[in-house]
Design a binder for this molecule. Structure first.
Ligand code: CAA
Length: 259
């Protein structure tokens, strides 16, 4: 796959795996790293073989945030004109294929925000989440005040954003921030298994399901329900619906064509 300096990008069968790889800086999200991540996600998005993506870091850090060394000298005009954060960072929330964040160690600031841009988070028991931006004179800028609040509610989000307190995996699971917690040694395996499972389902159904859940965050309930109904009806135009239901009735595994 493409040549990357700050990532390791691999295909594991039908799963695209992106490993953030700046271990010396705890995977701080430099401009170069986020640009590469956008490229890697686009590569997987257009690769028909890939049905789901996993983004992970290393044992010590998923990512310790935006790169503070790079940010420190930037002016308002620098960040405003570059549309800093949104222009390079939001790829995980833009794609249509499901993206799972597999988080061990620190997921702080932009690291937590990156994890929250993914469709769901599987956390190692070693994971630590936090929005410490307040302690360096700024505030979250990659969706932390919005996605965290929608995910865990006002009180928890306010406390984390205003005090910078880090939470552990158990608290994150209790809050509903992460889908589940697994032993650190099983993290990658569990995330890949979940991604493989998703990739093996009917592709149109998977993309529609993701789109429908996301509409819950973007529309009033009545519109969201109508949107879901339209997609649900559309699913009956796919080969996957015929095959999935026939396989159930014939008591055999389904063989999807991604059509
Ligand atoms: N940016 C740049 N470099 C970072 C970094 C970051 N966000 N986080 C860690 N590093 C670097 C350190 O500078 C250090 O480099 P050197 O060895 O060259 O000194 C190396 O990674 C190891 O870090 P520490 O020595 O600090 O490791 P530790 O185990 O003592 O502490 C930590 C770990 C608590 C995560 C600590 O590194 C830390 O607090 N990091 C910063 C976390 C943070 O504030 N993140 C928010 C950034 S702002 C943001 O993300 C904006 C946004 O919303 C998009």
């Amino acid at each position: 796959l493409g040549d990357y300096d700050n990532l390791v990008v691999e295909k594991r069968g039908a799963v695209g795996l992106i490993t953030l790889n700046r271990p010396k800086a705890l995977n701080a999200l430099s401009d170069a790293l986020t640009a590469e991540m956008t490229d890697a996600l686009e590569e997987f998005e257009s690769d028909e073989e890939v049905g789901a993506v996993v983004i992970t870091g290393n044992e010590k850090a998923f990512a310790a945030g935006a790169d503070i060394k790079e940010m420190q000298p930037k002016s308002f005009s620098d960040v405003y004109l570059a549309d800093f954060i949104t222009s390079t960072w939001e790829a995980p929330s833009k794609g249509r294929k499901p993206v799972i964040a597999a988080v061990a160690g620190y997921a702080l600031g932009g690291g937590a925000e990156l994890a929250m841009m993914c469709d769901f988070i599987i956390a190692a028991d070693s994971a630590k989440f936090g929005q410490p931006e307040i302690s360096i004179g700024i505030l979250p800028g990659a969706g932390g005040t919005q996605r965290l609040t929608r995910s865990v509610g006002k009180s928890k989000a306010m406390e984390m954003v205003l005090t910078g307190r880090m939470i552990d995996a158990e608290e994150a699971e209790r809050m509903g921030l992460v889908a589940r917690v697994v032993p650190a040694s099983d993290l990658l395996n569990e995330a890949l298994l979940a991604a493989e499972k998703i990739a093996a389902f009917s592709r149109p159904a998977v993309l529609m399901a993701k789109e429908a859940v996301n509409s819950a965050f973007e529309t009033p309930l009545a519109d969201g329900l109508r949107y879901e109904r339209r997609l649900f009806h559309a699913a009956f135009a796919t080969e996957g619906q015929k095959e999935g239901m026939a396989a159930f009735l014939e008591k055999r595994p389904a063989k999807y064509t991604n059509r």
